[in-house]
Design a protein around this ligand. Structure first.
Ligand code: SF4
Length: 696
């Protein structure tokens, strides 16, 4: 690395690539490339990472705080912004109580900032409720792991992509969504079977050895039927089940109803396909299951994830190289949010409802136990419900854009109009959400501050400061810390005065937990090792930097055993009808697009890689029947509203199904607001819609 080259961790997806950024003497970015020796990306980076910093120099960057006046948002000093935040939040607290203010955070900021935010808001300002946009991407996986393994602990390391001989992707499209993980798949030298369960013939499915285009939302039934067949044929590892699990007999009894006949009827696959899939699992010596949003964003995401975990357990495909029931997360620091955001979990993977945990955390932080709530926050959707009902009067939104991304978007404007005070902290004042704020706080981007992210394989990666933020923009860390000082949160916050200090606090909090990171010295240690996976406790040497969990067959429940978790499969809240005969699927459109496009939408090179305006993919049979050709203008309607889009006729979608990328603001004017009952994750993949040519 040259003198003018710095490295940092990419802040888009959960792969966690490390990037070298070359700067000229004036500090202008000249070139970005993947770090060759970093064990995640091995020198590679996708188009988003290679253009990481371009959105940071956009003219749209926020450089000063803005306060709403009758003429719109007007610049104010930081002193006025901080004072306004504190006085208005305090007034609302005083009048309506501690449940009247809340925050919505993100998987995009470093763990130290998440922890500071969750701690200041809850222990300092007295808020009870705060959740993250991570609820929208992987909450179902969290609940699935906690129930099955006793802790939210994904088993795998990326090396498993290379060591598996049978990899089964369910509702996952890594060729588009996680291109560098997909690169690891392509490095597999075992002539591995790549099996894809997805209604669409995605780029991943096109490259697979086996694609099973099952009907939307039939994955739970299919997986139960496969488990049933494996048991009927004796293709299970009884020794492993007896030694390491609880609940197998109950699971076995439960799935006897999931016959081949039922699975063919519900999934649309024929019996040969289901038998073939079962045989492939049996034949594999190292079988791995991988899932993302196609599973998590479902009305039964938790149980679908657990159906894969159950098959992995009963076939002994866990804790060995190339195996596992493996959730791939979405955002760069979704995994950090799971452990350190202080929202669903108390800091460090502790439990708000556990008095012993509250005592431990209070002692480490040197605060009164009474400051720690004895219950977790309301989930995201319930926070918005309480806003709608007028119970929550003030909302503090950090680095997320719900005015674009919320599942029931038609209702969002009405919901936020009920607020007395909306604060948005973001790198841009031009996001759909920032534009409607009462107070906007300009934040630094990820390459402009310090901290760590945790990627999908539990690896802590250093996010280092490469550039200065523009104007008066501050890191989220500095903004939150200054708010805490202005609020008067007390002397205890003095120990939290820098990301480095908070990193040491988080290490201390993790001691003795499954996510113990006491063995990681500091940021320099992360840099020296190419990131470090948790756990690494104090006495543990780093013998390998590609470590998986459960190799000793011990899980995190007190008896050391994993649980078989299951429930009956259920019909989604909305199904197709004569009025709305199409099933709408949503997902990532291209490698070049990221979520609501607040950053990728500002990079000309990326914008050339996808259609600027919203489009809908439909099957040629449906197109012919409706007289639609590619590029025709069409209207898609659900019972929540309608959207005009350009038609894209393709055999990649099945008859009766439509696909619209999630990146366009109008998409979520169609989606149906159903939620998994255990994770409260929105079910973005199931809405019934109609389609017609415009002017028909
Ligand atoms: Fe960044 Fe993900 Fe692309 Fe890697 S794969 S460069 S982490 S967006």
């Amino acid at each position: 690395m040259s003198e003018n080259s710095k490295s940092t961790t990419c802040s888009y997806c959960s792969t966690g690539c490390n990037l070298n950024i070359d700067l000229d003497p004036d500090g202008v970015v000249k070139k970005i490339r993947g770090v060759a020796e970093y064990p995640v990306n091995l020198g590679k980076a996708c188009a988003k990472g290679l253009n990481l910093t371009e959105p940071f120099v956009s003219r749209e960057r926020g450089t000063v705080p803005l306060l709403k006046t009758e003429e719109g948002l007007k610049p104010v000093s930081w002193a006025e912004a901080l004072e306004t935040f504190c006085s208005r939040m305090k007034a609302i607290h005083a009048e309506y109580g501690s449940e009247s203010t809340a925050f919505i955070s993100t998987g995009q900021i470093p763990s130290e900032e998440m922890a500071l935010l969750g701690s200041i808001a809850k222990f300092g300002m007295g808020m009870l409720h705060g959740d993250g946009n991570t609820r929208q991407c992987m909450a179902s996986a969290v609940v699935a792991y906690k129930q099955a393994f006793g802790f939210d602990a994904p088993p795998y390391t990326y090396k498993d992509f290379e060591e598996t001989d049978t990899m089964i992707f369910v509702g996952a499209n890594p060729a588009i969504a996680h291109p560098i993980m997909w690169n690891r798949v392509k490095m597999n030298k075992k002539d591995a079977k790549i099996i894809v369960l997805d209604p669409r013939c995605t780029k991943t499915a096109q490259a697979a050895s086996h694609h099973y285009p099952l009907a939307p939302q039939s994955d739970l039934t299919l997986l139960y039927a496969v488990a049933n067949l494996l048991i009927e044929r004796g293709w299970i590892k009884q020794d492993y089940i007896d030694a390491h699990t609880v609940g197998f007999q109950e699971f076995k009894a439960h799935i006897t109803d999931y016959t081949l006949e039922r699975a063919t009827k519900e999934s649309g696959l024929d019996s040969d396909q289901i038998e073939e899939l079962t045989q492939l699992i049996h034949d594999g010596e190292a079988v791995s299951f991988w899932w993302t949003m196609g599973v998590n964003q479902s009305h039964q995401g938790v149980k679908t994830a657990q159906a894969m975990i159950n098959i992995a357990l009963m076939t002994g495909n866990i804790g060995r190289p190339g195996t596992g029931a493996n959730s791939i997360t979405g955002q760069a620091n979704a995994m950090g949010s799971r452990l350190f955001s202080n929202t669903t979990n108390l800091l460090g993977g502790h439990d708000f409802t556990n008095a012993g945990h509250r005592r431990k955390v209070a002692a480490i932080l040197n605060i009164s136990e009474k400051r720690i709530p004895d219950r977790p926050s309301l989930p995201y959707n319930k926070i918005l419900e309480d806003v709608k009902e007028g119970k929550i009067k003030a909302l503090w939104i950090i680095a997320t854009n719900p005015a674009h991304s919320w599942i029931n978007l038609n209702e969002f404007d009405e919901i936020v109009s009920k607020l007395d005070f909306l604060v948005v902290q973001d790198i841009y004042p031009t996001t759909a959400t920032a534009k409607i704020a009462d107070l906007y706080l300009p934040a630094a981007a990820s390459g402009e501050k310090e901290g760590f992210f945790i990627n999908s394989e539990r690896r802590l990666g250093h996010v280092s400061k490469v550039l200065d933020p523009p104007g008066e923009a501050k890191s989220d860390f500095d903004i939150i810390y200054k708010l805490a000082e202005t609020w008067g949160c007390g002397r205890w916050i003095e120990r939290w005065s820098s990301p480095e200090k908070v990193f040491q606090i988080l290490k201390h909090l993790s001691a003795g937990q499954p996510c113990d990171i006491t063995g990681i010295r500091d940021y320099a240690h992360l840099d020296e090792c190419g990131g470090i996976q948790w756990p690494l406790h104090l006495e543990q040497g780093l013998e390998s930097n590609e470590r998986r969990l459960y190799e000793d067959g011990r899980f995190f429940h007190s008896d050391g055993k994993a649980r078989f978790c299951f429930r009956g499969s259920e019909v989604p809240g909305e199904v197709c009808s004569s009025e709305y005969p199409f099933w709408l699927l949503t997902g990532r459109g291209s490698v070049a697009q990221w979520h609501t496009q607040t950053r990728t939408g500002k990079v000309e090179k990326l914008k050339r890689m996808y259609p600027e305006n919203i489009y809908v993919e439909l099957n040629p049979n449906d197109a012919e029947r409706l007289g639609i050709e590619s590029k025709d203008r069409v209207i898609i309607a659900s019972n929540r509203g309608s959207v005009e889009a350009e038609a894209a006729v393709t055999g990649d979608v099945a008859p009766g199904q439509l696909f619209i990328p999630m990146h366009y603001e109008a998409t979520n004017r169609l989606t149906f607001p159903a939620f998994d009952p255990e994770s409260f994750q929105p079910a973005f993949k199931s809405a019934a819609v109609s389609l017609k040519k415009k002017n028909d």
